[in-house]
Ligand binder design. Structure first.
Ligand code: HSE
Length: 408
């Protein structure tokens, strides 16, 4: 019998307990022995709930319990999670976490600690919720040189963008719904400002290329500037707006960005809606690979955490190698990346087209019936740097990048 402890009885923590109870027999078969939750750390008490008999308020009760083999950290945030995870590894316990903030900030250090002790530090649930993506990158796509990772990596914002675009719902209402459904981070700023997706693309890029991407160096924009008008222009262009996290290898440099993009129906992520996440990967020998599924929520995320627990139990005494060193990856300068931009400017085509063409050169004008006092256009491919220089000469309302990824 393998005994585990869960740090944090929130949405994911209670999901982990539920998954282990629901699939007790099949999990035992796959792990090679029964898996049982012995202790749950939480500041709160849960009177009347059967979980109460497992609740402890002091992490050291878990750390000093020789019966506990695996610790599940689902508290979120860096501290005290980082301290507790280090203590668990030092005490000879493997750790599974869904905490992308922790993994993005301290992944290689915790992996090295686990390796030095023949333990495991696993984090499948930190990216893509229930979608297997960490294990495929670490164990399956190992024959390939990865050339591109592009993903819808945040369920909350995908839910918001889908509902706003398809149902015309208000931003505030949909965000509230996403919070009630347990998709959103404790502080929803992490979702809507793109910080969550940024950490996730930093983790995937680090794993794909083996060294550490500092998430603070990934150019990051959220969805808060996307308006009802933007959705109307998007529709006119045959596009949808998606928050993408993407990293591409161009020459010997990797360029990473998290931002809203317009994508059309030929894009592999066009139909990834609601809370679903989708991740497109291109490798130099395999070509295109797609991962798709539930990107957030109690049980999907818990499913990925418990799969890591099963792996830890199966590999007791053996470290499953993960290639991610603390050596820093020097990302390419995003200003050098060439792409198309959709732009909205004040004025009218009659009066202002000449000045816009003077600034941007060849453009394709987009007008939407009922939107007055402005017009839109799509640029020819241009670098971010050239775009910013041109944009300084016009009265810009908003701009959204276009992503032209298509299956090869
Ligand atoms: N808040 C995150 C999301 C949870 O919406 O994707 C899963 O990481």
């Amino acid at each position: 019998m393998a005994k585990i402890a869960v740090l944090g009885y929130g949405t994911v923590g209670s999901g982990v307990v539920e998954v282990i109870e629901t699939n007790y027999a099949s999990i035992a078969k796959r792990a090679g022995e029964e898996v049982e939750v012995k202790s749950v750390l939480d500041l709160r008490d849960f009177p009347g709930d059967p979980i109460q008999e497992k609740i402890v308020h002091d992490v050291d009760i878990i750390i000093n319990d020789p019966e506990i083999d695996v610790v599940v950290e689902v508290m979120g945030g860096i501290e005290p999670a980082f301290t507790f995870v280090k203590k668990a590894l030092e005490a000879g316990k493997s750790v599974c976490t869904s905490n992308k903030a922790l993994v993005a900030a301290h992944g290689p250090e915790l992996l090295a600690m686990a390796k030095a002790r023949n333990l495991n530090f696993m984090f499948e649930a930190s990216v893509g919720g229930g979608i297997p993506i960490i294990r495929p990158l670490n164990q399956s796509l190992t024959a390939d040189e990865i050339t591109q990772i592009t993903g819808i990596l945040n369920g909350t914002t995908n839910y918001i963008l889908t509902k706003m675009s398809k149902e015309g719902s208000s931003y505030e209402d949909v965000l509230k719904e996403a919070q009630e459904l347990g998709y959103a981070e404790r502080n929803p700023e992490a979702d809507v400002e793109g910080y969550d997706a940024c950490r996730k693309i930093a983790i995937l890029t680090s794993l794909a290329f083996g060294s550490t991407v500092n998430f603070e160096e990934v150019c990051t924009e959220g969805i808060t500037k996307i308006s009802t008008e933007d959705f109307k222009y998007a529709e006119k262009l045959g596009c949808v707006v998606k928050l993408l996290g993407t990293s591409k290898k161009i020459g010997d440099k990797v360029y990473a960005i998290t931002a809203p993009f317009l994508i059309d129906a030929t894009h592999p992520l066009y139909n990834v809606n609601d809370v679903l996440n989708g991740i497109y990967i291109n490798g130099n020998v395999i070509g295109d690979v797609m991962f798709f599924g539930a990107g957030a929520g109690k049980l999907p995320t818990a499913s990925a955490v418990v799969a890591d627990v099963v792996d830890c139990v199966k590999h007791k005494g053996t470290n499953v190698m993960t290639v991610w060193t603390s050596e820093k990856m020097q990302l390419g300068d995003i200003n050098d990346v060439e792409r198309y931009f959709f732009v909205r400017v004040k004025g009218s085509v009659d009066k202002n087209l000449a000045e816009v063409e003077k600034a941007f050169g060849d453009i394709d004008v987009v007008e939407v019936e009922g939107i007055d006092g402005e017009f839109g256009f799509v640029t020819a491919p241009m670098t971010e740097k050239a775009f910013n220089e041109a944009a300084a000469n016009v009265d810009m309302i908003n701009r959204i990048r276009l992503d032209k990824t298509s299956l090869s």
